[in-house]
Design a protein around this ligand. Structure first.
Ligand code: ADP
Ligand code: ZN
Ligand code: ZN
Length: 663
């Protein structure tokens, strides 16, 4: 073709515009999916070739040459590019941002050392023998295996300890037997060393990669390459791993599929669970969604036969489920957060040498400091939130913007000395328990106590070695960990979630109580769960006590249907924030007017302040949009988004959240 120059479209991670045209100089031959280095302004960027074209709309003198083709990374496959395009479209984000999110940081660098090539895939290794499956596990596995070569979503609803993991491991073995790879997703705090070694132990011959944020950049790049090349046949990872490339993916597992951490809360606000299902659909492979308390979306899909439904109702070890009892705190008034019934229950465990877990929702010493003379209380100047008292470090901290201040010696308003901490944080509960039981060995697990790398593992190792009698902690403790000596779980402060403005709060509370309760009595010892509450007859608690997820789900679904909320409707939330009061709401008012022009099949709500109306000095407001179906919502959102982009609003930061999880 003589001197005819070739042109490629390159997708870059820049706002708004998706792809840019570049000339291909003599001697280079990039294909679609190749990473390339291109000049951009005065810098260079790594982009991905998304197409080849004969001629460009750009004037020839303005076209620039690509600089090089990244040779040590194989091109992204068509399946991956399709997936990234889907995410970009569905979540209304630039394709370049999706691709950049999927690439490990090292591969996004224009200048870097050459990567070692991924090791060639080895022959299939041996598989260690697991326990013989129970009849229920056998049946669940049969449901999964019933159709392994086409799209086959299975909801695996199994109580805690019922052996869901065992079903996953056997399904993975099947995928490997077919020469294919498996992706095993877990929530952020579910990826414990325990799980990792359980998977490695079962598949000793396989390169299992565990993808999570604690990996170094080099390790993350190597893991990505190993999945892409097929060297790693099992990828165990959190949310982001759903965007990983694969040579031949044959199975996806989403454990604790209801978990909120599958939804990213910034930038590309994707739901890894939904993307997993979509990916399985376009690849034509099975996907297992496992949970003791499925999301109401997945539950309805199973009930309506869009998903297969497998159930595990018994614990695999034969252990009984814990007995759940309410402590009526209107009668048994807690002192420093601890009721008499709770104190007695803990004392009994100490006497028998068993372990207790105290579940508190708030870290720190107390959620607020209060002046008994003038009713002043500690609030953050930049957020609509209280400052939390951290007595250990003598600080007042805002858990939302990171503000730090000293504990005031006297009331900043009236100068009075009668300042009192109100409510319970993990530190205070730890301290009260230590005062009550001076000889008990108490460990605290929250974000403060586990900030240091390795700290969480050290505590959990001590628990396993029976060097801890009482464990006090936040929801970090709820998931994934096994505590064989634990026979008592106490939930101290769950009432506030019963009456939240967020319609999903009760769903999250139910899941949390079941999860945390599931830690008790996992092995040979019977367990007990105590819930301290002012509302001992609340139907949600009653359903938890009966371990009756179906009753809770049906009742909640009836409410959702009446109110027109998911899964009976689809939502999007336009979030806006501004430095100046009023600007965010003004922006939303105009966005609402704009929306009404082409919103024939969607409902536009009024702008309202966000649940946290001020955060880090920004005023925040939101506008909810609702439609009967995705098919109605999606075209509207696309049109609306481009109209909003065209406004080029500068004073207000805004984002569209498709399928928002938190309102
Ligand atoms: P889940 O993932 O549902 O919480 P796990 O798979 O972790 O449950 O199983 C809970 C416990 O039961 C684990 O200690 C596991 O080793 C054990 N277990 C699972 N399946 C069996 C089985 N078929 N026979 C005996 N023990 C089992
Ligand atoms: Zn005062
Ligand atoms: Zn703050």
């Amino acid at each position: 073709m003589g001197n005819e120059r070739r042109i490629v479209q390159v997708c870059l991670d820049v706002p708004l515009v998706a792809t840019f045209d570049f000339r291909v100089p003599e001697g280079l031959d990039p294909e679609v999916g190749n990473l390339v280095v291109v000049p951009f302004g005065r810098t260079r960027k790594v982009g991905v070739v998304t197409g080849r074209i004969a001629r460009s709309e750009i004037a020839p003198e303005k076209l620039r040459d690509i600089e090089s083709v990244v040779a040590d990374v194989a091109p992204l496959g068509r399946d991956e590019l399709d997936l990234y395009r889907f995410c970009a479209n569905y979540y209304l984000r630039p394709l370049g941002e999706v691709i950049a999110a999927s690439l490990p940081p090292r591969l996004r660098q224009a200048r870097r050392r050459k990567l070692a090539p991924a090791a060639p895939a080895t022959a299939r290794g041996p598989i260690a023998e697991g326990p013989p499956p129970t009849a229920e596990q056998e049946a669940a596995l049969a449901t999964v295996l019933a159709s392994f070569d086409r799209f086959h979503p299975v909801l695996l609803e199994g109580i805690t300890g019922s052996g869901k993991t065992e079903v996953y491991l056997r399904a993975i073995a099947e995928a490997l037997a077919r020469g294919r790879q498996a992706l095993y997703l877990v929530p952020e705090i579910g990826l414990t060393p325990q799980l990792e070694s359980r998977v490695r132990g079962r598949f000793p011959g396989e390169a299992v990669i565990a993808a999570h944020s604690h990996r170094s950049e080099g390790e993350r790049a190597q893991a990505w390459l190993a999945a892409q090349s097929g060297t790693a046949r099992i990828v165990l990872g959190t949310r982001l791993a759903v965007l990983s490339p694969f040579a031949d993916l044959g199975l996806i597992i989403v454990d604790e599929e209801h978990d909120a951490s599958y939804k990213q809360q910034e930038g590309l606000r994707y739901s890894a669970r939904d993307v997993a299902v979509r990916r399985a659909q376009s690849l034509g492979i099975p996907v297992i969604l496992g949970s003791a308390t499925p999301s109401l979306e997945s539950y309805t899909n199973a009930r309506d036969k869009r998903y297969a439904h497998a159930k595990l109702a018994q614990r695999a070890t034969g252990a009984a489920l814990p007995v759940v009892r309410m402590i009526d705190t209107r009668v048994d008034k807690p002192v420093d957060g601890i009721s008499r019934a709770m104190r007695d229950a803990v004392a009994a465990r100490l006497e028998r040498g068993e372990q207790s877990l105290i579940f508190v929702n708030r870290r720190g010493f107390a959620p607020v400091l209060y002046c008994r003379d003038c009713a002043w209380h500690s609030t953050c100047k930049r957020c609509s939130a209280n400052l939390v008292l951290h007595l250990n470090s003598g600080e007042m901290r805002c858990h939302h913007c990171g503000f730090l201040g000293r504990v005031p010696p006297r009331c900043p308003k009236c100068g009075g000395m009668d300042l009192a901490p109100v409510g319970q944080g993990t530190q205070r509960v730890e301290e009260s328990l230590q005062a009550l039981f001076p000889k008990a060995r108490i460990a605290r697990v929250d974000r403060d106590s586990t900030a240091r790398k390795g700290a969480l593992k050290e505590v959990l190792d001590r628990v396993h070695a029976s060097e801890v009698d009482i464990l006090v902690g936040t929801q970090m403790l709820a998931k994934g960990h096994d505590y064989p000596g634990l026979t008592l779980v106490v939930a101290l402060d769950s009432d506030s979630a019963l009456f939240s403005a967020d319609f999903r709060a009760s769903e999250r509370l139910f899941a949390q109580l079941v999860q945390v309760g599931g830690r008790a009595g996992r092995a040979a010892l019977a367990g007990e769960v105590l819930i301290q509450t002012d509302f001992p007859t609340h139907p949600l608690y009653a359903a938890v006590a009966r371990n009756d997820f179906a009753a809770f789900a049906e009742e909640t679904l009836t409410e959702r249907r009446a109110a027109g909320f998911p899964p009976y409707a689809h939502l999007a939330l336009l979030r806006a924030e501004s430095k100046k009061a009023g600007e965010a709401e003004e922006f939303l008012e105009s966005a609402a007017r704009l929306a009404k022009r082409f919103a024939s099949r969607v409902e536009i709500f009024d702008p309202v302040p966000a649940r946290m109306a001020r955060k880090a000095g920004f005023e925040r407001a939101q506008l909810l949009v609702r439609a009967k179906s995705r098919a109605a919502l999606q075209p509207f959102l696309r049109e609306w988004k481009s109209a909003l982009d065209a406004k080029a609003e500068r004073r207000v930061r805004w984002t569209l959240d498709v399928d928002p999880q938190e309102l």
